[in-house]
Design a protein around this ligand. Structure first.
Ligand SMILES: Cc1cc2nc3c(=O)[nH]c(=O)nc-3n(C[C@H](O)[C@H](O)[C@H](O)COP(=O)(O)OP(=O)(O)OC[C@H]3O[C@@H](n4cnc5c(N)ncnc54)[C@H](O)[C@@H]3O)c2cc1C
Length: 412
């Protein structure tokens, strides 16, 4: 710890794509003291563990493997003049940008004029997924698999099953391929893959069976996984497998928010933010996967850059006061979340979190997605989407004197 009570202009919690993009951009905006606090021994976030392509198209206009991409982001932030302090965990968020931090030398305080939270996501545990059966070795979430394969050069199993078909399941498939592991099948409870086309074609291309409308009922084995029981549309069956890779169901890494008394949106599991990415304490901003669960690295990177523009405006005193309206109400069972939750009262484009609302569904739906204030529709778009697909709607401004905004799905 260089200084037990340090003061900076902007502290960034989390050195993944969102945090590093923001650090670089803040320096480009002329912000003098930008400090990235990263708990791992190296910055770079999740891509550091993903030794496969494709990363970097949006950011570097070339295809890179995850670790090369992460290293480039680090170099760019350092070259811009940001300080990256690794091995440093933020343990508490106080009012007015006062952070409690600790490293192997002890604890300290960092006070910042603004703080960007970019702590990413964590995976849902096996227990929380209610998977039955014994608890043998060889059951891994994707992040742990990637750590073993790419960082430790281990091959934890030969013939695992992959549970889930979000984008990250296909990242697991590429990781298996890299390690010479051949999955027995990909298991999906829904009637088709959750990841957007053409990602699911990868399973077919590699000759891995994709079992839709199928649930994992139980895992068997004493020391190691020996097999699994499945229940599907055509009845029950068993498969021999020596491992299980559980993918998806990521939740924002929001423990700091809870401790710090910052408002959390139960729908996203991340912070409640306004059109500038500001939290309920306006000294705090958020970007990347912390906002709503897993998006691509390029998307999180772009959010980090936009958050930096908003923070630079905040430091110049150019952002409107944190005058917060009521959050958007979700008024249809198929709606999972809408973010930002607090809509601006003046156009946020160019300065804010994003010029659009990000929406996700819990179940497939079609019709017209309508945003209301009272009996007036203030924005709408056509809808024919599945869960986890990215749905965007131009970010509307709201009338502070009209009733709170309400999102519905109407028949088309
Ligand atoms: C398993 C997996 C595979 C993926 N594969 C792909 C892929 O192939 N292609 C693609 O485009 N995207 C992929 N993604 C998505 C992509 O990696 C993420 O969207 C991107 O990394 C998000 O960036 P981020 O900065 O928001 O968070 P992260 O990359 O998660 O970075 C967050 C950082 O915050 C740090 N941190 C957390 N809490 C604290 C704290 N209290 N104090 C200090 N530091 C803290 C963490 O150590 C981490 O380094 C994958 C995601 C996962 C989970």
């Amino acid at each position: 710890m260089s200084d037990p009570d340090e003061t900076v202009d902007v502290a960034i919690v989390g050195g993944g794509p969102a945090g590093l993009a923001a650090a670089t951009e803040l320096r480009r905006h002329g912000v003098a003291r930008v400090l990235v606090l990263e708990r791992e021994a190296e910055a770079g976030g999740i891509p550091r563990h993903c030794g496969h392509y494709p990363f970097g198209m949006r950011e570097f206009h070339r295809l890179l493997r995850g670790p090369d991409y992460a290293a480039r982001l680090v170099r760019r932030a350092e070259a811009a003049g940001a300080v990256i302090r690794t091995g440093t965990t933020v343990t508490g968020l106080g009012p007015d940008g006062r952070l409690s931090v600790c490293d192997d030398r002890g604890t300290a305080t960092v006070t910042a004029r603004a703080v960007l939270l970019a702590t990413g996501v964590r995976e849902t545990s096996r227990a929380a997924r209610l998977i039955g059966g014994e608890k043998p070795g060889g059951i891994l979430p994707t992040g742990a698999l990637q750590g073993l394969v790419y960082l430790n050069h281990q091959k934890p199993f030969d013939r695992p099953v992959i549970i889930g078909s979000e984008l990250v399941a296909f990242s697991a498939l590429l990781t298996c391929r890299h390690a010479g592991i051949r999955p027995v099948a990909i298991i999906e409870a829904g009637d088709r893959a959750t990841a957007r086309w053409p990602v699911p074609l990868l399973a077919r291309f590699l000759g891995i069976p994709f079992l839709a409308r199928t649930r994992l009922e139980a895992i068997h084995g004493t020391r190691r996984v020996e097999g699994i029981d499945l229940a599907g549309a055509t009845g029950e069956r068993s498969l021999q497998a020596d491992g299980v890779i559980v993918t998806g169901q990521f939740r924002p890494e929001a423990s700091l928010l809870r401790e710090g008394g910052l408002r959390i949106d139960p729908a996203t599991g991340g912070p409640e933010v306004d059109g500038w990415g500001r939290l309920s304490d306006p000294a705090y901003f958020a970007a990347g996967n912390l906002l709503r669960g897993v998006e691509t690295a390029g998307w999180s990177w772009a959010e980090g850059r936009r958050a930096a523009s908003a923070i630079a405006a905040h430091l110049r005193g150019d952002l409107p006061e944190g005058d917060r309206s009521a959050p958007i109400a979700l008024d249809h069972a198929a709606l999972k979340f809408a973010m930002p939750q607090i809509l601006p009262m003046a156009p946020a484009e160019g300065r804010g979190l994003a010029p659009f609302l990000q929406i996700r569904l819990a179940t497939p739906a079609r019709g017209r997605l309508c945003l209301w204030q009272g009996d007036r529709i203030i924005a709408y778009r056509r809808l024919n989407h599945r869960p986890e697909q990215r749905i965007l709607m131009p970010l509307p401004t709201i009338d502070p004197n009209a009733p709170p905004p309400r999102l519905t799905i109407e028949p088309s």
